[in-house]
Design a protein around this ligand. Structure first.
Ligand code: PXP
Length: 242
């Protein structure tokens, strides 16, 4: 087992900004290529039922153009299954999806939906797609993942990211315990949601965690890292024209 903790960069919110203006930019595929160039080990994109950020065309282009693995986040629906089978991404992470939510709130109820998920997990697996389930750090959900035969689970760190003090410490313990339980049973452990520079270290230090998927914070901070340079460039372009 290598000690390298993989970073999956979620580029959904580049598409959110693009869609806000209905223009062709910023291009999430370009962002994916830049992220890969900068050291991302993989790219994650969530094709939501309402296509609020990533579109079908983005998935087609990511599948064609990426040189690092694509992790497609998808709801457990027949429509998304067909899209995954068409493009055959390296991995598919099954997430719960509610139309009205702003982001993925809470993990998948793998324990309660085993019958529905079973055939879907099997079809994705048969197509050579590495299936993961986005679940809360709860032993019942790990057991369900084990019964479903998935190779990977992604532990939801959203609650950890929102809490502080002793409650955060307790949630971190639940995450560590869930990671240990999953790994002991041969399931690869990923984690993600709400991670930032300030809260990533304790999650990155959980030895069984092999991959982190991070999106919103990276895209948000990129604005501040990049803004000085783009303002200087525009200033220069305007000055040269006078
Ligand atoms: N992992 C999964 C399964 C997600 O649904 C998301 C959000 O799309 C993330 C990771 C990344 O979360 P964030 O954007 O808060 O970093």
């Amino acid at each position: 087992m290598t000690d390298h903790l993989r970073l999956g960069v979620n580029i959904d919110h580049v598409a959110t900004v693009r869609n806000a203006r209905g223009a062709g930019y910023p291009d999430p595929v370009k962002a994916a290529l830049v992220a890969a160039e900068a050291g991302a080990d993989g790219i994650t994109a969530h094709l939501r039922e309402d296509r609020r950020h990533i579109t079908d065309e983005d998935i087609a282009r990511l599948s064609a153009e990426l040189t690092v693995p694509l992790n497609l986040e998808m709801a457990a629906t027949e429509e998304m299954l067909a899209i995954a089978l068409k493009h055959r991404p390296h991995a598919a992470c099954i997430v719960p999806e509610k139309r009205e939510e702003r982001t993925t709130e809470g993990g998948l109820d793998a324990a309660g939906q085993r019958e529905w998920l079973g055939p879907m997990v099997a079809k994705l697996g048969e197509a050579g797609i590495r299936v993961s389930l986005f679940i809360e750090p709860d032993p019942r959900q790990i057991e369900a993942a084990l019964h479903l035969g998935v190779p990977v689970v992604e532990l939801h760190t959203g609650r950890y990211a929102e809490l502080d003090g002793p409650e955060r410490t307790e949630e971190l313990r639940r995450l560590s315990d869930a990671a240990a339980l999953a790994a002991k049973n041969g399931i690869e452990v990923h984690a993600g949601h709400g991670l930032t520079y300030d809260n990533v270290a304790p999650i990155a230090a959980i030895p069984q965690v092999r991959e982190l998927n991070i999106g919103h914070f990276l895209i948000a901070d990129a604005v501040f890292v990049g803004l000085p340079e783009v303002v200087r460039k525009m200033r220069a372009a305007m000055d040269i024209a006078r």
